[in-house]
Write a protein that binds this ligand. Sequence first.
Ligand SMILES: C[S@@+](CC[C@H](N)C(=O)[O-])C[C@H]1O[C@@H](n2cnc3c(N)ncnc32)[C@H](O)[C@@H]1O
Length: 276
Amino acid sequence: MNHDAELAAQVANADFDRANIARMYDYHLGGSANFAIDRETAEQALKIAPTERDYCFANRAFLGRAVRHLVTEVGIDQFLDLGSGVPTVGNVHEIAHEHNPRARVAYVDWEAIACYHARHLLGPDEDRVSVTEADVCDPDTVLNAPGVAGLLDFSRPIAVLAFGILDIIPSTDGASLVTAYRDACVPGSALAVSNNAQLARTDEEVAGLRFLLSTTSTPQLHLRTPEEVAALLPGYTLIEPGVVPAAQWRPDRPVSDEEARRGNVYGAVGLLPHRA
Ligand SMILES: C[S@@+](CC[C@H](N)C(=O)[O-])C[C@H]1O[C@@H](n2cnc3c(N)ncnc32)[C@H](O)[C@@H]1O
């Protein structure tokens, strides 16, 4: 059996007919949880906009630094990862457990291959990690899912992670969606967001990418300015340095403006203040 047939045999309800953002992202990051249509579409994206792979690595590295900061500097030990993707290098639970073995992580994604691989990677660790296959645009279902409500203690601070998701959901009103999750969290909780931007992309590249994405299972791309990203964290107090190109959010090494722009992604992390 070839690779794609083997993968298809593992997961009966995967959507094989259209390229899928979770699997394209996995391909860009060097993973193998993807089909020919995902690889071909990801390669076309690189032809249209050669910095597309920089986006994936900058976004993923930001996620790692943000989670590490939240565990080590803020003391958060519970994570709700919305649109968590196919497991790859530096998964949230791996980073969190490196610094706090008791940390709990609830992954949520609607892509069947991503969830299959996440469950496969985790094995039996249900006291600390769960995988829920659900639409993050339905907060009631997500928040009441056994993998979320049964694992996370909402009377204690939780970090909601929204990396590379608010820019591809159908609604442009990411703030309303975030608010539904925020309202389930107590003060001291956090929200981390990354969002696609037009930093190094030309107008032609953006138009080409939009057209390409219109053929995939997530046919929209909401690029945002720093002000628009800040508006995705309503009621949160931004941790320094605020909204910046993701590669320049508390980097582990000096990052030039040129390198940061190539990522085409903004990042921000906010904390829900305690009432006075
Ligand atoms: C670009 S990937 C980002 C993965 C990961 N959050 C990261 O930043 O490395 C976007 C992920 O969001 C998932 N996704 C998109 N729309 C979704 C929805 N409505 N509900 C759940 N997951 C969704 C995709 O399946 C994909 O895994």
